[in-house]
Design a protein around this ligand. Structure first.
Ligand code: HEC
Ligand code: HEC
Length: 491
């Protein structure tokens, strides 16, 4: 039985909601299993003495360690503009968001949002598109700027902009200008629990300045996305699709208010539509080679066998004419090096849990299930058999995600559909390692746009399908809320 207070103030809008508390979907925690201490199964890694999300899986065979480190180097060392004396790492841009994968996925973790309104947004980026459908790209790109605003370019005047402001270096007209500079203005509100405890909440308002190629189309939709952590992605790739499909309930036929949906996206290798799994709206196929290739071209401007086009639209003629860093295969990163980076991703281990069976954590575990969090943050799976990755096969893993899309309500909506995901749907993110984010790289930025600074703030932003679960959390006693949070931080 729950105590039902009369009303609760909604986080961002300040409007009053009538409470209907239901017990649907809330359940007692399952019997504790010792496998919960190893969220990545035998691929779990010890993070003593330093927390990191870029360690090789504990059971990665020694013989594969050199390749892991070669892949890591390609994900870590900066790419440079072409032409240079080194042909192996050139071809950056001409338009890009960062020079390396790990510039954004810092130490394998997430990016940092700029705290101050005069710091440029780098790391997180803004996807853009105009209304309409496109089976292959998933969105209709903005005609001049494409589907992602590139805030960096190889233009020397841009690279030297801090210096040039001081020395008044003149900008060269023929250079490829970055598409825009973006800043974040934080908006704030106060949330009050029924017990009168208050929490400050904030959300970002992107400010797009210095658009270099004219006005954006008037109907442009924007999606600010923070880079998510990348550890354990090889294990997520091996979750059988049937296990995910079983959790989906698109019509909410069990009437619990939660209707997880599978996104359907284009598979650029098989040239057909497949279920989506990666990306914040499950907007990428379940194939880390495609995810890596798309990141190389879209985020770093490095062409590859899957995406051989430079990240320039037809309107950006100067961008198209800029020297490329193509090698013998006619692209900037050839197939074998692309595979090294993909396998580096696949073999990233998941941290062992150090505090998994203390009394407070177990009490919080009980409250996690009682509140119904596991309805989306589905705890465990067994990975499929893989001949290429035998060490990641048949592992009992604990990622706490159903990898499905959920309508999270208007406060979290970006209003920009992506393949079949609506403007208010997001993929449930895995919770493993969430409590280590500060130790890993100091980034506190939870949720798709990095707005939440704590697990508590992240929960308070849950709306839409998670409304009832949030309500359950809000109505817990303060010490119980703390226990639930401690459990989440222990994952
Ligand atoms: C400019 C910052 C940036 C760079 C550079 C970058 N990423 Fe990302 N990455 C992101 C963002 C933002 C997302 C979420 C994208 C989305 O939802 O569409 C993401 C998503 C991912 C995902 C999906 C994770 C998940 O949970 O679904 C993987 C894997 C990934 N990136 C790997 C890479 C690799 C490999 C590289 C280098 C080739 C790279 N990224 C370069 C920002 C970046
Ligand atoms: C209806 C499905 C649903 C339920 C129920 C749900 N969540 Fe979530 N959760 C999500 C989705 C989807 C997101 C991502 C939202 C976004 O990025 O805007 C998320 C994000 C989070 C995050 C941030 C993770 C990150 O990496 O940024 C945390 C922490 C979290 N949820 C914890 C909880 C807890 C604790 C509960 C129970 C009180 C809960 N969630 C209930 C779907 C759900």
């Amino acid at each position: 039985m729950y105590i039902i207070p009369k009303s609760v103030t909604s986080a961002a809008t300040g409007s009053c909601l009538l409470l209907i508390v239901s017990g649907c979907g809330n359940s007692a925690a399952p019997t504790l299993s010792s496998s919960e201490s190893l969220p990545g199964g035998e691929a779990s890694v010890s993070i003593q003495p330093f927390a990191s999300f870029q360690l090789p899986a504990e059971n990665l065979p020694q013989a594969q360690h050199p390749d892991f480190h070669a892949g890591k180097a390609l994900a870590h060392q900066p790419w440079v503009r072409a032409p240079t004396i080194t042909t192996a790492r050139d071809g950056l841009g001409p338009l890009y968001n960062a020079r390396t994968c790990l510039f954004c996925h810092i130490n394998g973790g997430r990016s940092q949002m700029p705290e101050s309104p005069d710091r440029e947004l780098i790391g997180p980026f803004v996807r853009i598109s105009i209304p309409g459908k496109d089976k292959i790209q998933g969105v209709v790109p903005e005609p001049v700027y494409g589907d992602q605003l590139h805030t960096q370019s190889v233009a020397l005047s841009h690279q030297l902009r801090q210096v040039s402001q001081l020395k008044k270096v003149s900008l060269k007209a023929e250079e490829v200008k970055p598409e825009a500079y973006i800043y974040i203005d934080w908006q704030h509100s106060t949330f009050t629990y029924p017990d009168q405890t208050q929490v400050n909440l904030r959300w970002p308002k992107p400010r797009i300045t210095k658009l270099a190629y004219g006005e954006l189309n008037a109907d442009t939709m924007f999606s600010l996305r923070n880079s998510p952590p990348i550890h354990g992605t090889g294990l997520l790739e091996l979750i059988p699709q049937t296990a995910i499909d079983k959790l989906a309930d698109p019509q909410d036929s069990n009437g619990d208010g939660i209707s997880g949906r599978v996104n359907h996206v284009w598979d650029f290798e098989q040239a057909r539509t497949v279920p989506g799994r990666f990306g914040l709206k499950a907007n990428r196929a379940n194939n880390l080679r495609i995810v890596t290739a798309a990141a190389f071209t879209g985020d770093v401007g490095i062409t590859n066998p899957l995406f051989p086009q430079q990240p320039c639209t037809e309107a950006q003629t100067r961008c198209l004419k800029t020297a490329n860093g193509n090698g013998e295969e006619g692209v900037e990163i050839p197939d074998n090096l692309l595979s090294l980076v993909t396998d580096f991703l696949r073999n990233l281990g998941v941290p062992k849990r150090s505090n998994w069976n203390s009394e407070p954590v177990l009490a919080g575990r009980e409250l996690f299930y009682q509140s119904g969090c596991q309805q989306c943050h589905h705890p465990d799976y067994t990975t499929a058999e893989s001949c290429q990755l035998p060490h990641l096969s048949k592992q009992k893993i604990w990622p706490y995600t159903d990898l499905l899309l959920h309508d999270m309500g208007p406060d979290l909506a970006d209003g920009r559909p992506d393949y079949q995901a609506s403007g208010s749907e997001w993929r449930t993110p895995p919770l493993w390692g969430v409590g280590l984010r500060e130790a890993v790289n100091g980034s506190n930025n939870l949720l798709h746009d990095g707005r939440a600074r704590t697990v508590e703030e992240a929960i308070l932003w849950h709306g839409g399908e998670a409304k009832q679960v949030r309500r359950h959390f809000v109505n817990l006693k303060a010490d119980q809320r703390q226990l639930l949070i401690e459990f989440v931080k222990s994952l």
